[in-house]
Design a protein around this ligand. Structure first.
Ligand code: MG
Length: 392
């Protein structure tokens, strides 16, 4: 069999590095064609040499010279800027595109890859949150398979294999509950950034780790699930499962529930997407059921974690509202990580921004880009006002 030729957009981030780890374990199956990074030039150079990439893109154009000089002796082509990512990702030499960038910035290149009919191993959930209807329509039109990499959605996708089109009754989307699951609202409000960044189960980038602490990550995943699996909001049930062993479940019409289990390890859903529809051996920790003392489940506390309610609200409203929610959240998390606002200011900013936004019921892709830009401006105004009132 020919090797599958892979592009990794965002190769220096947490998912990108783990995707390369999977590829290195199956070098007979996969070949790295294209790697892209925003800023991490040194790691990008190191990865490109190690995996003998065909081309790399450094999005920050100021770092082009540095990367180009380092890779010239290795005959690896170097490009700069987002436009280059969009051009190269459509190349004939690429079979699968791993979208591992952070946030809305991943939308443009994901759309370019879909229009070129590539299989998408989708890790950039914000793409589907902001433009789910448009992205799924484009994928159908251009015969681009969307293979979920998010662990919950990979689990649901795996549970649906062999269901012969039997409709989903319900999706049970599991959540670890994040670092503040057992904290009171008062204590969460006073938590330090360091505490918010200490996720109990998953080791991830800082944006998604804060999203997990607010549970906005689960909110984004509710919307992601709607688009990936074509279900209605009422069919998506969030269940807190602190051990993170069950990665999600599907309930069918007859009440039968199928779950996918494993130790938390993102390389597993990455490998599943890259190897789909087959499975490959994987040298990881296997489940020992006698050792698993118990698996527990709780309903999420929507008072302590308002993000889940905001996500359902955005989904019910539809149109550009999930895009606005996502943009406000990106701005608020960035401000939180800079120490400008407090923990609950993140969801307060999102709620206020959604309330004051210009609603569009059926936005075009251009409308989505302008809604995102307008929501960022609005959110930053709210953040500036909150930051000015704060006495830290
Ligand atoms: Mg997830």
């Amino acid at each position: 069999m020919d090797k599958r030729k892979i592009a990794i957009l965002g190769s220096t981030g947490s998912i990108g590095r783990q995707a390369l780890d999977v590829i290195s374990q199956h070098s007979d199956m996969f070949e790295v064609e294209l790697l892209t990074a925003n800023n991490s030039s040194e790691l990008l150079v190191e990865q490109a040499i190690k995996f003998n990439a065909n081309s790399v893109v450094i999005c920050n154009e100021e770092k082009y010279e540095e990367v180009s000089r380092a890779l010239e002796p290795h005959y690896i082509k170097v490009f700069a800027g987002m436009k280059s990512v969009c051009d190269l990702v459509a190349g004939d030499n690429i079979d699968i595109v791993v979208t591992a960038m952070v946030g809305f910035s991943g939308l443009e290149s994901t759309v370019a890859a879909i229009k070129a009919g590539k299989a998408i191993a989708l890790a950039n959930k914000e793409t589907l949150v902001a433009a789910g209807s448009i992205v799924m329509d484009l994928a159908a039109r251009h015969h681009a398979a969307i293979l979920p990499v998010d662990s919950e959605h990979s689990a649901i996708f795996q549970c649906l294999q062999g269901s012969h089109g039997a409709g989903i009754g319900k999706i049970h989307l599991t959540a670890s509950g994040g670092p503040f699951r057992e904290w009171s609202r008062e204590d969460i409000a006073k938590a330090t950034m360091e505490q918010a960044l200490r996720h109990p189960k998953w080791n991830m980038g800082s944006k998604i780790t804060i999203d997990s602490a607010t549970m906005m990550n689960k909110g984004l995943e509710i919307i992601e699930a709607k688009w990936l699996f074509g279900v209605e909001p009422g069919q998506i049930n969030v269940v807190v499962h602190p051990q993170s062993i069950i990665h999600s479940m599907v309930e069918f019409a007859d009440g039968a529930v199928i779950a996918q289990l494993g130790h938390p390890d993102m390389r597993e859903p990455i490998q599943y997407a890259l190897a789909y529809p087959g499975r490959l051996p994987f040298d990881n920790r296997k489940l020992d059921f006698a050792e698993l003392a118990s698996l527990t489940f709780f309903a999420p506390d929507t008072e302590k974690f308002p993000a889940i309610g905001l996500a359902y609200k955005a989904l019910e409203k539809g149109g550009n509202m999930p895009c606005i929610m996502n943009a406000a959240n990106e701005a608020a998390v960035a401000a939180y990580l800079k120490g400008r606002i407090g923990f609950y200011d993140i969801t307060d900013t999102v709620a206020e921004c959604m309330d004051g936004a210009d609603f569009a019921a059926s936005p075009s892709l251009e409308d989505i880009f302008s809604s995102n830009a307008a929501a960022l401006i609005k959110a930053n105004e709210i953040i500036d006002r909150i930051a000015a009132q704060k006495t830290f």
